[in-house]
Write a protein that binds this ligand. Structure first.
Ligand SMILES: *[C@@H]1O[C@H](CO)[C@@H](O)[C@H](O)[C@H]1NC(C)=O
Ligand SMILES: *[C@@H]1O[C@H](CO)[C@@H](O)[C@H](O)[C@H]1NC(C)=O
Ligand SMILES: *[C@@H]1O[C@H](CO)[C@@H](O)[C@H](O)[C@H]1NC(C)=O
Ligand SMILES: *[C@@H]1O[C@H](CO)[C@@H](O)[C@H](O)[C@H]1NC(C)=O
Ligand SMILES: *[C@@H]1O[C@H](CO)[C@@H](O)[C@H](O)[C@H]1NC(C)=O
Length: 271
């Protein structure tokens, strides 16, 4: 009873050790090597007058959705203004610092609408900022999904910059191409915290995990071999003792004792 209890305790201790070991690893992964990224969504409200010739005037349309995403280095602030694109179609990407925007007359705030591509977000944002835009809206091109990313644009950090999905961008472009004045209101949405793990840290943690696993397995194997050898040695010992006893017994002379025989001591070899 007692030895099996000891054994149970030992294996319990061993599995506890392995478990805590895995746990420490997970903690490691969570706190030291995982990187955090914080990003903010933006509410995008567009308001425009849809011409309605049959009614003899225009119909005011307004729509608002939380589809934008603030750039990494953008101030997380509200912004508003008339939406404009580059004056000429071949400058739409706004990669050239001399790009002219179809900005309204002096004094009215405007927002630059620029498609993604051909140069960095930073260049596009800077080019609009240098021409006094009050915000920059960049839309995705070529994905046709509602995806947006947190744009990096270190160095141009004094202007609100957001990214909107491609369908929304195309919708506004088509309105502007019909010479409709679109006013945009950008307001701050919700804060998001995203954790991600870099590849190098995954490799590091996996390797250290495997190494420690091998060490503990080796220890386990060693422990069982040791136990096996001990058990074996004990068996052999018992077998040897038994053998000696048999030999000793075989040396005894067996004699049938008849009535009247004198019994002599012969089992002297048993000592
Ligand atoms: C968009 O903003 C304007 C001005 O603040 C407001 O009048 C309009 O109701 C808003 N549209 C929506 C859908 O919230
Ligand atoms: C953008 O880059 C592509 C490929 O480099 C080029 O073919 C295209 O003309 C460029 N667009 C503009 C507007 O410069
Ligand atoms: C931007 O605004 C400043 C002052 O508000 C003005 O001096 C400058 O000419 C403006 N630049 C452009 C490109 O309109
Ligand atoms: C994008 O979002 C709009 C509005 O939320 C939705 O109507 C549309 O189906 C979405 N498109 C895709 C490709 O998910
Ligand atoms: C928009 O305005 C420009 C000049 O202001 C004009 O050349 C163009 O034809 C107009 N487009 C539409 C669709 O009315």
């Amino acid at each position: 009873m007692a030895p099996s209890l000891v054994q149970a305790c030992r294996s319990l201790a061993l599995s506890t050790w392995l478990l805590s070991f895995c746990f420490v690893h997970l903690l490691c992964l969570d706190f030291t090597v995982a990187e955090k990224e914080e990003w903010y969504t933006a509410f995008v409200n567009i308001t425009y007058a849809e011409p309605a010739p049959e009614a003899g005037g225009a119909e005011l349309r307004t729509e608002k959705s939380e589809c934008g995403r603030y750039g990494e280095h953008s101030p997380k602030q509200d912004a508003r203004g008339e939406v404009v694109m580059a004056s000429s179609a071949h400058d739409r990407l706004a990669c050239d610092p001399s790009t002219k925007f179809a900005a309204p007359t002096q004094g009215r705030s405007w927002i630059a609408l620029i498609p993604k591509g051909n140069c960095t977000y930073r260049d596009k944002i800077r080019n609009a900022f240098l021409q006094n835009a009050s915000a920059v809206v960049i839309f995705n091109v070529g994905s046709n999904t509602n995806e947006t990313i947190t744009m990096p644009h270190a160095g141009v950090e004094d202007i609100v910059a957001i990214m909107i999905p491609e369908p929304k961008g195309k919708e506004i472009v088509s309105l502007l191409e019909r010479n409709i004045t679109v006013t945009m209101y950008i307001t701050i949405g919700t804060r998001n915290l995203q954790k991600y793990v870099s590849r190098t840290s995954v490799v590091f943690v996996s390797i250290s995990f495997i190494v420690l696993m091998i060490i503990s397995l080796a220890w386990l194997v060693f422990y069982y071999i040791q136990r096996f050898r001990y058990a074996n040695a004990r068996d052999r010992n018992q077998w040897r003792l038994g053998d000696a006893a048999k030999k000793a017994i075989s040396k005894l002379q067996v004699r049938t004792i008849k009535k009247g025989d004198k019994v002599k001591r012969t089992a002297s070899s048993l000592g």
